[in-house]
Design a protein around this ligand. Structure first.
Ligand code: T46
Length: 136
């Protein structure tokens, strides 16, 4: 699977403004059980720094911009998120970090399951060990 995998949703907007639609199991490749959004993040305070064991997510930067670092243990890539209709897939077992939030940034995340802290791996060394165990 590609480390950077975007979902491009059409902008159905017109002269009145933009409109983007996400539909579970249609243009979003999982059943959406939760959404959350991050706003008023501080430009110099990064967030994330974890991987999920099972959770599938897709993140849309619906206003402003931020930089997302994605790391599958073999490869790291960084992308700018700054288009409201482009969602970045965050699959299980990808370490991700969000940096350089613009002051107006709003990051909307659709998730395949309810919040469960036991699904998080928040220690980078533990993440690498878990990946190694998966590969044997
Ligand atoms: C992710 C990235 C992109 C809840 O109680 N319920 C929730 O649904 C969420 C998302 C968070 N929380 C609690 C857990 C922490 O006590 O809210 C607090 C802040 O969460 P966290 O430090 O994990 O926030 P981020 O910005 O580092 O990560 C978040 C998501 O948690 C995470 O799943 O992939 O955004």
């Amino acid at each position: 699977m590609k480390l950077i995998d975007w979902i491009d949703l059409p902008n159905l907007g017109d002269e009145r403004g933009g409109l983007v639609v996400a539909e579970a199991s249609k243009n979003i490749p999982f059943d959406i059980k939760r959404l959350y959004y991050i706003f008023d993040a501080k430009p110099d305070i990064p967030r994330g720094f974890h991987a999920h064991k099972e959770l599938h997510q897709v993140a849309f930067c619906i206003k402003g911009k931020c930089r997302m670092l994605m790391d599958n243990g073999l490869e790291k890539q960084e992308v700018w998120m700054d288009e409201a209709n482009k969602g970045l897939m965050i699959p299980p077992m990808v370490w991700h970090e969000m940096h350089d939030f613009s002051e107006d940034c709003v990051l909307l995340v659709l998730a395949s399951d309810y919040y469960d802290e036991s699904d998080y791996i928040r220690d980078y060394q533990a993440f690498l060990v878990e990946l190694k165990n998966e590969r044997v």
